[in-house]
Ligand binder design. Structure first.
Ligand code: PLP
Length: 353
């Protein structure tokens, strides 16, 4: 059970959040759109899409919100270089590199390929954009997680030795700051839904970290009762549910608010990851195609596509009726479509006349 004597208002949350350093990057608020043809195709509830794929910077996505606070912090600490990393097709790294370009910071990325190279790495999708916005890039064989993190730390130490002021994005300190940005997204959802005449019956999002932690924290602080369902894109080697509660509580502490979450407050499922992180599942490919062909909205093959596959499955299992309103937070990731062009083309059977 959520542990808090105090309920906050949206202006009170904004007041706490406004105390933090912030660098404006995103087009906010992102639209909340009714996906009417998509909803009809599923014969299910009214599905609304919170368009965080439209946050604006270099193809947008959830990390642009995160970076408003992370780059704000880097500038506040007078950093001149950001050292960060993740997978070869990381959306996070693409948005971070673009944010650094806009803030006038250098950016060094350590990107894990997850296997030894079997030829040159195709400069496509997010990797192409990393180069385009001017990041320096180091590609390693390791998987995303502790092994890549250790190499990020090595790179940061190297730059520090050269006399650079490094803003090393230690995940323990950056995650709560990133979560704060998604508290604001939850306030937007509540306000936009109210303006459209409804209270969400559920919010769905692709998350296994800060994004969902921020949504869940604001939801609890504002005493909302609808479920917030986190569909993970990855099975981490740690307890994701406990980790997300911890991130939320660290964010609450940072803001000086009393709300605290327990592990059980985080509604999370790993059911739609499929055989592996980053490998599109049949459900993901169906979700991608159906949303594209009914709404012209593009999901991505590693994150938002899998989360939408989860929502579609829940609709088909009749978890909602047609009068209900479900909000799906589209966290972006679309440049990765191009890195998966061959698999996607095979799956969607292109219609060439
Ligand atoms: C498109 C997209 N959606 C969702 C996520 C998950 O975000 P978080 O790690 O904050 O849970 C990511 C993370 O990289 C992402 O790139």
């Amino acid at each position: 059970m959520t542990n808090s004597a105090t309920t906050y208002s949206i202006p009170a949350l904004h007041e706490s959040i406004d105390q933090l350093p912030r660098f404006q990057l995103a087009h906010l608020p992102t639209p909340l759109e009714h996906a009417s043809r998509f909803s009809q195709a599923l014969h299910g509830p009214r599905i609304w899409i919170k368009r965080d794929d439209c946050t604006g910077l270099a193809f947008g996505g959830n990390k642009t919100r995160h970076n408003e606070f992370l780059i704000g912090d880097a500038l506040d600490k007078h950093a001149d270089i950001v050292v960060w990393g993740a997978g070869l097709q990381s959306n996070n790294c693409r948005q971070t590199a673009a944010a650094c370009a806009k803030a006038g910071l250098d950016c060094h990325l350590v990107l894990g390929r997850g296997k030894p190279a079997d030829g040159p790495d195709p400069i496509q999708g997010n990797l192409l954009l990393d180069h385009l916005v001017g990041a320096s890039i180091e590609i390693v064989d390791d998987e995303v997680g502790p092994a890549v993190d250790a190499k990020i730390a090595n790179a940061a130490a190297r730059f520090a030795k050269q006399g650079r002021t490094v803003f090393e994005w230690n995940r323990k300190t950056v995650k709560p700051l990133a979560a704060v940005s998604y508290m604001l997204c939850m306030t937007e959802i509540i306000e936009q839904a109210a303006a459209a005449g409804f209270v969400p019956d559920a919010v769905y999002v692709c998350s296994a970290g800060s994004t969902g932690a921020g949504l869940a924290l604001a939801h609890a602080a504002l005493a909302q009762t609808f479920p917030v369902r986190h569909i993970t894109p990855i099975v981490w080697p740690w307890d994701t549910q406990a980790d997300m509660a911890r991130i939320a509580n660290d964010a609450a502490e940072l803001l000086g608010i009393e709300t605290r979450l327990e592990t059980a407050d985080i509604d999370v499922t790993e059911e739609y990851v499929g055989p592996s992180y980053g490998v599109p599942t049949p459900g993901c490919l169906e979700a991608l195609t159906l949303l594209a062909r009914t709404e012209g909205i593009l999901l991505d093959p590693s994150y938002s596509g899998k989360a939408m596959a989860g929502l579609i499955d829940h609709v088909r299992k009749a978890q909602f009726d047609q009068r209900q309103n479900i909000v799906f937070v589209h966290t972006g990731g679309t440049p990765a479509l191009f890195a998966h062009a061959d698999e996607l083309a095979a799956a969607i059977a292109p219609r060439v006349l």
